[in-house]
Design a protein around this ligand. Structure first.
Ligand code: ATP
Length: 209
């Protein structure tokens, strides 16, 4: 599972998903847009539109899935509930991985039921340029004793471990910067898939009038 706001999806998300799949030997990577992200302001674009962009972005990429399960749920989009629904679907022996960037990881102790996340999945933290702050004390306590050194050690069990990964291609692309560029009418070519760029421009998304 790679959850997020995807406001909008960009090549940092997509390349990370493909490389995660390769490095960890995953069957599938579910990219799951949050309907209502609990720890940030309202996204610029409606959930259905963010999902449509994600579908365009993924196209027929093998192993990547645009997963709409959070859109059907009322209330805040808690990852623990999403993992629980994946766990129900895949069974108790499936090796479930929740991946997140280092920026998101830094706030993990503030998430809803953070311990429950570890009872449902292994966590993988993706190293991200421009987000290199050290871990706050509450987070260090939360993850104590969970850290694995290698993908094999993490993937040896269905849940409970933590792995920090530097993927082969680190990309300094963020949705915040994309929204800024789009708002100013500046060039975004090669930061996101062309089909996503075309849809955004054709529908005037992220434009500041
Ligand atoms: P924003 O700038 O609006 O916060 P974002 O670019 O961080 O957005 P999100 O939708 O919040 O995108 O990200 C979903 C997940 O993908 C998060 O765990 C985030 O850390 C991770 N992520 C986003 N961009 C990258 C990137 N360039 N490389 C690796 N991971 C990324």
């Amino acid at each position: 599972m790679l959850g997020g706001t995807f406001d909008p999806v960009h090549l940092g998300h997509l390349r990370s998903a493909v490389e995660l799949q390769e490095v960890l030997g995953l069957d599938r990577v579910h990219l799951i847009p949050a309907k209502a992200p609990p720890l940030r302001g309202e996204p610029r674009v409606a959930p259905e539109e963010r999902l449509a962009l994600l579908r365009l972005a993924i196209g027929d990429t093998p192993g990547l899935v645009a997963d709409d399960r959070e859109l059907a749920r009322e209330g805040p989009s808690f990852s623990a509930d999403t993992l629980s629904s994946l766990r129900e679907e895949l069974g108790r022996d499936a090796r479930l991985v929740m991946a997140l960037g280092h920026d998101a990881f830094l706030r993990l102790a503030e998430w809803h039921e953070p311990q429950r996340l570890f009872s449902l999945a292994n966590l993988v933290v993706i190293d991200r340029p421009d987000f290199e702050a050290p871990l706050p004390e509450s987070l260090r306590e939360l993850v104590a004793g969970r850290e694995c050194d290698e993908p094999e050690a993490l993937m040896a069990r269905p849940a409970g471990g933590l792995l920090r990964l530097t993927l082969p291609t680190r990309m300094a692309i963020s949705a915040t910067e994309l929204r800024r560029r789009l708002g100013e009418g500046r060039n975004v070519r090669y930061l996101l898939p062309e089909a996503v760029e075309r849809h955004i421009l054709a529908h005037g998304l992220y434009r500041r009038d």
